[in-house]
Structure formats: C-alpha cells, structure tokens
Design a protein around this ligand. Structure first.
Ligand SMILES: Cc1ncc(C[n+]2csc(CCOP(=O)(O)OP(=O)(O)O)c2C)c(N)n1
Ligand code: SF4
Length: 284
C-alpha cells in the first residue's frame, strides 16, 4: 500500500497560491485509495507550468513535448494495459496544440485519466490568451480583448464521446480528490477539467470569482450523471460553470473493447521484425 507521503517528490516551484498545488494534492490523496502499486502508475505531462506535475508526483513520469500527452499516454496504455496511466497538462496544451489528440482519445475511450489544469491563460509563457479564455479577454496577445469564442472543454468532451466527464475546482480540494478517485477508477477516457487559478497572470478567473459562479452538480437535486441529454443541457445552460461529475457512461473502455480481438501486448513482433529491412528499403 502506498501513502500520500510516498507520492511526494521534488518541492513544487509553482507560484504561491497557484491552483496546480491542489491538483497535485488531490492526486496524492486519491491514488493511495486505489491499491495500485507505485510502480504501476505512470504520469505523462505536457509543457506548461501544469506540465511540471510529473516531476512532483513520485511515480513513473514522462515529461513530453507541448500538446502530445495523449498520444504518449495512449501508447503506454495500449502497450501495457496493466498500468494506471494519467495524462496531465494545461488548457493550452490540451485544447490548442493538442486538441485533435483530445478528440480522438475521447472517441476511442482510451483508458487514461486526463487532468487539465485550466487557468484560461498560458501561464509558463507569462500570460497569453488561451483557447478557454472568454471573448473580450485582455492579455498580451489580445490587448483589445479576444475576438474569438472560447472552447468549452466539457461540451467538447461530451460531443467527442468521452466516457467520463467531470470538472473540479482547486478551491474545493475535497471534491477534487473525490472526482480524481472516480476518474482513476473509470475504465475508459476520463476527463477532469480543473478550474485551477493562475494567480500571477489571470486576475479574472480568481478563486473568489469561481467560488461565486460555479454550480455544484454533485449536490444538485435530481441530477443524474448517467443521463447524456441532461449533462449536455446543464453544460450548455450554465456555460460550463459546473463542478462535479458531469457525465458517466457505461460504454466499454478501449482496452475492454480489444478483449476477444487482439490485445496490443499479445502482438507477435517476430514477423514485423523480420520484414524490417524490406520496409526500410522501401523508403530509400
Ligand atoms: C511546439 C511548441 N509551441 C509552443 C511552445 C511554447 N509554449 C510553452 S508552454 C505554452 C503554453 C502554456 O499554457 P498551458 O498549456 O495552458 O499551461 P500552463 O503554463 O498555463 O499550465 C506554450 C505556447 C512550446 N513549448 N512548444
Ligand atoms: S504562472 Fe500561473 S500557472 Fe504558472 S505557476 Fe504561477 S500561478 Fe501557476
């Protein structure tokens, strides 16, 4: 059994008050509850302040290039389905440069927990407008206000076929840890979009503002996260300003769908290896 302390690695260098501290703490709280040994946990992270999380969680880590967490995580999970695979990054990483991977990971329902630390800005590069920044948002890159409509991560995940869709808030760490636990246990693609304030470069999405505007659907009377149509309606009506488990499908995850066909780990590599010189010659 591992404890939260076992999962602590380097001291985070995030700015004091950064929402990403709560995400790390939530994972350190949720992971020990699963009974998975540390050597079976992998965290793949992208580039950004959020991407540093793979250095701070003591498990196997892969700090890859910008926007490519999901292809790497998909490769790890399909090569060894016994591993618990987490992908993590920022809203720029996941919904700008990496957005096509997000759509395909969701429709494939690959068994990966994807944690996006959504601060509605590019933090590491000191404050540029991101795909989740609202229309009119002022920053170094849009000094007159963003002219574009933002991406709504929850709506995008629902439209793309993600099996589990949730949103957490760094100011509500108990609920965030519970959402992380549900997502980590889920067999299929689990998006946890975390509203994680950047206290240095984004004064609009502050803890106070989010606390005031978010609707807690975990405690919404009659809300059923298994009902897709209700989930879509809530996300649309509340403009994504929800916290809690938005949608939980019982559709099989990718690994389960492969059972009875050919699991990637069972591939016989001898035949492809023998053909390798021939394949290389084709490209010469
Ligand atoms: C291919 C590529 N393009 C651009 C960059 C520059 N870059 C580094 S981090 C980043 C965005 C960071 O924002 P986000 O993903 O939201 O993460 P945060 O820092 O806010 O956690 C960008 C554009 C890069 N490293 N690689
Ligand atoms: S710049 Fe923003 S996102 Fe980056 S560590 Fe500081 S508060 Fe966090």
């Amino acid at each position: 059994m591992i404890s939260s302390a076992d999962l602590r690695a380097d001291t985070p260098t995030w700015c004091p008050g950064c929402g990403d501290f709560a995400v790390l703490a939530a994972l350190q709280r949720a992971l020990p509850l699963l009974g998975v040994p540390r050597e079976n946990i992998v965290i793949v992270s992208g580039i950004g302040c959020s991407g540093k999380i793979s250095s701070y969680l003591r498990a196997y880590g892969f700090h890859g290039v910008h926007g490519r967490t999901l292809p790497v995580a998909t490769g790890i999970k399909t090569a060894n389905p016994d591993l618990l695979v987490i992908a993590a990054g920022g809203d720029g990483d996941g919904y700008a440069i990496g957005v096509s991977h997000f759509i395909h990971a969701a429709r494939r329902n690959i068994d990966v927990t994807y944690i996006v630390m959504d601060n509605h800005i590019y933090g590491l590069t000191t404050g540029q407008t991101s795909p989740t920044s609202p229309r009119g948002f002022k920053s170094k890159t849009t000094p007159a206000g963003a002219a574009e409509e933002p991406v709504d991560p929850l709506a995008l995940a629902l439209a793309s076929g993600a099996g589990f869709v949730a949103q957490g808030f760094s100011g509500e760490i108990g609920q965030l840890a519970s959402i992380c636990e549900q997502a980590l246990r889920y067999r299929g693609f689990a998006l946890v979009n975390v509203l994680s304030p950047c206290v240095s470069f984004n004064r609009e999405y502050s803890y106070d503002w989010l606390r005031e505007h978010l609707v807690d659907i975990d405690h919404e009377p009659g809300y059923d996260p298994h009902d897709y149509a209700t989930a879509v309606r809530y996300v649309t009506e509340h403009h994504g300003l929800l916290r809690g488990a938005v949608y939980v499908s019982d559709r099989p995850g990718y690994v389960e769908s492969l059972v009875g066909t050919r699991r990637p780990v069972d591939v016989d590599w001898e035949e492809p290896k023998a053909r390798w010189p021939e394949l290389v010659a084709e490209f010469n």
